[in-house]
Design a protein around this ligand. Sequence first.
Ligand SMILES: O=C(O)[C@H](O)[C@@H](O)[C@H](O)[C@H](O)COP(=O)(O)O
Length: 249
Amino acid sequence: MSTKAETSMTVVREPTRAAMGQRAGTHAGQILRAALRNGGRARVMLAAAPSQSATLAALARAEGIDWARVELFHMDEYVGLPPGAPQGFATWLVTNFVRHTPDATFHRIDPGTDPYAEAERYKVLLGTEPFDLVLLGLGVNGHLAFNDPPADFDDPMGVRVVTLDTASRRQQVEEGHFATLDDVPTTAVTVTIPRLLNADVVIASVPGRAKRIAVRQTLGEAIGPMHPGTALRRHPGVTLYLDAEADPR
Ligand SMILES: O=C(O)[C@H](O)[C@@H](O)[C@H](O)[C@H](O)COP(=O)(O)O
């Protein structure tokens, strides 16, 4: 079932995480096929997180996509992880998606020893053209990418180095990516909200009980920096996919 009741964005509710992912991934496949038909090539921005797993699995199974004409970007990466660390977002994406679409070109963020230079490089790489498709999730604190509250809604920089808040870092421990809070890096490179939402279509996949409050705030609070997800309501092409656990109704 889908409604436009709470906001300008379409909300699609499915009973399970698997059904949510199947529906969102099928939608993503349709958008991608249309973009390739119309433009010859497509640029896709991806979040790298468990909330995206079912959606990305369904997208990887979608038929009729010439991945050789697709460029994949990701929206954030920790600073300070050892090379090849399993918690790295680029590594996560390769394991969970890119290895199933080997013909696609995947542009990694690699903060290395100079995250500021890497932010600049990635900004130039992204350019100013809208993405054809963005697949994203929502943090427990309502963040988009690693834009924790208070998030800058007007930052024209495109890609920046940020300090992570404790809620974001704790989420990583709770999901089992790190043993303790001290193990979670304190900084990251992230694409800013204005650059992220410079896109034709945005598909948000948000399953799980832990996200229910963030979903409620995203749909119901005044649009503003304390609830970064509310920025989605300014975009005309967002569909929010929820499972029953994340649904605040
Ligand atoms: O992973 C990313 O690329 C983003 O940093 C982040 O915005 C993420 O999509 C949400 O925090 C949801 O993450 P979970 O799926 O881990 O809950």
